[in-house]
Design a protein around this ligand. Sequence first.
Ligand SMILES: [Fe+2]
Ligand SMILES: [Fe+2]
Length: 358
Amino acid sequence: MPRIPTQDLVPGMVTAEDVISFNNQLILPRDMELTDKAITKLEFYSILSVQVKDETANVAIPSETPPDISYSDKIRNSQEYKVFKQDFESTLSEVEDSLNDIISKNKIDTDNLLQEPGKLLVHNPSGIHIFDMLHNMRMYDDPTYAHSLNVSLICHVFGRWLGMSDADVDILTLAGLLHDIGKLKIPNEIISKPAKLTDQEYTTVKSHAMEGYNILKDLPINEHVKRAALMHHERCDGTGYPLGLTTKRIDRYARIVAIADVYDAMTSPRVYRGPLCPFQVISIFESEGLQRYDPEFILVFLEYIVNTYMNNRVRLSNGLTGDIVLINKLDLAHPMVHCGSHYIDLSHEHGLYIEAIL
Ligand SMILES: [Fe+2]
Ligand SMILES: [Fe+2]
């Protein structure tokens, strides 16, 4: 039975094993046909690969246009996106140089580093939300640099939403930029290995948190930034790594970076689909993760994301289209939608959900 890296899984493949998390929690049972949602759940739990049944390993990438591809296309075709993409790419190569300098020369120029994400936010897009653009920027063959820049931009916006001071937003942005620096110490053949990781290799991948802390610990930067590198895979319920800490013992900045980090992973495009509809991501957070993240931060984050899509036209899972007119604070993934002559409160409609933003 072949073992397929999570980013290469395709809906229609069938699991050949129970998929278990670090702390022995059953995530997906054996013999389950994978769906978009199931694959996203694997990403949410940082599962790196899954064994699938032979006969399903070559399931073709669906030729039918995935529901949210048109929204991605709309973004990618906009002038705003084209400008952003150019800026992003030049910023990315500077970030790459800066991160490598930290490792090879053991030196850091914080002001310069912070200018990088700052430049991209100067023309903070109004019509199309910056997150939508970021979801289209993630490159398949770059496991660290583009993701780091993405996470730092998400952190920057998130810090503003949390009402942090400029100085604290800077610390958070830097924490996002450097959170995965330890991955640069992990051999590339392990990070990008397209086959089953051995237990030893898996342990090596997880060591990036401690490696990151070791790279940063003697540099003249804020302690929160160092602890965010160490603790961004910790989870409030104690199920994370490397130390299995619970809420209060996890650095505040690490708790925020953790949310930006997992959000970026879940919404990045995959070979067979565009970035996930944010309502699907929110629904997964609500059903799987609220106890794993600090409620003080996660609720603010999800609420702002949902509000971004207020008045947007959406397609529901029954094929109807309508506009989002009211957000349900207690059920963020299921707002009120105005469809033609009537209003549908998705929080009262079991099984009906937003399938795509149009
Ligand atoms: Fe990480
Ligand atoms: Fe990360």
